[in-house]
Design a protein around this ligand. Structure first.
Ligand code: ZN
Length: 468
């Protein structure tokens, strides 16, 4: 069996992954707060942990992995969106939940086994909070219930490696007169009539954000499970608080044993932000005609523990690569017997850049069956995507059944002429023709199967017409 090694944030080491129960490997990943479209940065953990999910299924068997990712559907940001838009909260959360599922499916992400919504687990959260109060780890103050970090000084801050005093000095904590320690965080807060609320022993109110993951992970995965994942922006305070709640409520359990955090995403070397004008959603890119698998490919070309820089150039290169790979593997049976090259790379702390470079090597050597198996393991090759690529590229002499690319009749004669010029060793003319063709937006390459053109969205058929 493949040995998986994962970098554990908790120990700051790459460790051999040994699940509690190989028959049921369990993973929890923090999901989105549903009030808007997922931006590109939100999608990175989805793709990263999707690859891990696929690897675990590959190694332990698809039936032996349980993956939970939540939807936060009670949050003050949602309340604010409802207030400013005049729409009902339930309508906003239902709509954005579906957007999220649709957009992530476009990126080739499998749906987790469970996708609990916070509002479906309020009684479990109330029970957990009552338990924390009974055990002396939480207290009620002015209709709030707070977690007392001083009740668990030995554990609080271990994940992110800071002491409570450092955290107080460095963090922007909400100072409230009723907090015993400024680091104490909210488990329950009161709701006024206009806000969503549930009856509780502390009056009508709603849960704080952190308690939902603790309660849902406990309900669906038990008091000890294998992997907890998320973006590294969640490490503190969210994950630190999840650990405090879960370990104090269930002291005999370990909560999560391996903690994994992906680094953040930038755009063209800069932090993505609305004020810099480089902020965009997954849907924005899809609407621009960038296929989901191209986004996935760009993400996976950087290791998850390194900052990922999204650039238009990388997207173009990814589209070229995938297009060539789809041409090469079209109609080929996947050969899984040599998949270990790629699965070993993934098993080494999800080394996706290495996996991709091995796949380039397979493509260069014409190992189409092996390449196809590797693409499937990494989550490429969705039927819809294949059709997209088929309809956006053309190889001389091939008659692709079904989806004949647009402009095929116009482009084919030029590919033929290019081939003829090269056969006749009229290289200067061949190069000039290639340059002229590329000026129309086409991307011309010579593949094993013959001259090949990628037909991107900015291809201008009028310019091609002018070349005749
Ligand atoms: Zn969480």
């Amino acid at each position: 069996m493949t040995t998986i090694k994962l970098h554990n944030t908790r120990t700051r080491k790459k460790e051999v992954f040994a699940p509690l129960d190989p028959e049921n490997v369990r993973m929890y990943v923090c999901g989105p707060t549903v009030y808007d479209r997922a931006h590109l940065g939100n999608a990175r953990p989805v793709v990263v942990f999707d690859v891990l999910y696929r690897l675990l299924r590959h190694v332990y068997g698809a039936e032996h992995v349980t993956y939970v990712r939540n939807f936060t559907d009670v949050d003050d940001k949602i309340n604010a969106r409802a207030a400013e838009s005049g729409r009902a909260i339930g309508e906003i959360t239902a709509e954005t939940t579906q957007w999220f599922l649709d957009d992530m499916a476009e990126l080739g992400a499998l749906e987790p086994n469970h996708m609990p919504r916070a509002t479906q687990y309020i009684p479990q959260m109330v029970t957990m909070i009552e338990d924390l109060i009974a055990k002396g780890h939480a207290y009620e103050a002015e209709d709030h219930v707070l977690f007392a970090v001083d009740s668990w000084r030995e554990g609080y801050g271990k994940l992110s490696g800071r002491s409570v005093d450092d955290m107080i000095a460095g963090a922007r904590v909400e100072v409230a007169p009723y907090k015993r320690n400024p680091m104490d965080f909210v488990l329950w807060k009161p709701s006024d009539q206009g806000q969503p609320g549930w009856e509780s022993p502390w009056g009508r109110g709603r849960p704080g954000w952190h308690i939902e993951c603790s309660a849902m992970a406990y309900e669906l995965l038990g008091e000890s499970f294998d992997i907890h994942g998320g973006g590294n922006d969640l490490m503190f305070p969210h994950h630190e608080n999840e650990i405090a709640q879960s370990c104090c409520a269930h002291p005999q359990g370990e909560f999560a044993r391996y903690w994994m955090h992906n680094e953040m995403l930038q755009v063209e070397g800069k932090k993505m932000s609305k004020s810099l004008g480089n902020f965009f959603t997954v849907r924005d890119l899809l609407d621009q005609g960038i296929p989901g698998e191209v986004i996935r490919f760009v993400f996976l070309s950087t290791h998850y523990r390194k900052p990922m820089d999204w650039t238009a150039e990388k997207a173009r290169e990814a589209e070229d690569t995938l297009s060539r790979w789809y041409v090469l593997t079209d109609g080929v049976e996947p050969e899984a017997d040599t998949l270990f090259w790629v699965s070993d790379a993934l098993a080494d702390d999800l080394n996706t850049p290495l996996a991709i470079s091995i796949m380039h090597e397979l493509a260069r050597n014409g190992c189409a069956g092996q390449l196809k198996a590797a693409m499937q393991l990494l989550g490429f090759g969705d039927a819809e995507e294949i059709n997209w690529f088929r309809s956006h590229s053309i190889t001389l002499g091939t008659s692709s059944a079904g989806d004949t690319p647009l402009y095929a009749d116009q482009i084919m004669p030029f590919l033929q002429r290019w081939q003829d010029l090269r056969t006749e060793k009229r290289y200067l003319e061949a190069d000039k023709l290639k340059n002229d063709l590329e000026a129309t937006g086409l991307r011309i390459s010579n593949t094993q199967h013959g001259p090949h053109a990628d037909i991107p969205n900015d291809f201008d058929p009028a310019k091609l017409e002018a070349l005749k």
